[in-house]
Design a protein around this ligand. Structure first.
Ligand SMILES: [Zn+2]
Length: 65
């Protein structure tokens, strides 16, 4: 029975993989939480930076469930 002494990595192998990338595909909408105004989401310009033309509230991304 060949027994190799001195093998590296005995026991603790701390490798945490955090793969939590949420992909929001194209075709979403920005929606106003106040009045419900909907607008097509433009890629590159987040809804948070937009203001509702109707009431001036900050728009949010419509969540597709
Ligand atoms: Zn609004």
């Amino acid at each position: 029975m060949p027994n190799r002494s001195g093998s590296p990595g005995s026991g603790a192998g701390g490798r945490g993989r955090s793969g939590g990338i949420k992909r929001t595909g194209p075709g979403g909408n920005c929606i106003c939480p106040k009045c419900g105004y909907k607008e097509r989401h433009i890629q590159g310009s987040p809804c948070k930076k937009k203001k509702c033309p109707e009431c001036g509230a900050i728009m949010i991304r419509e969540e597709t469930v």
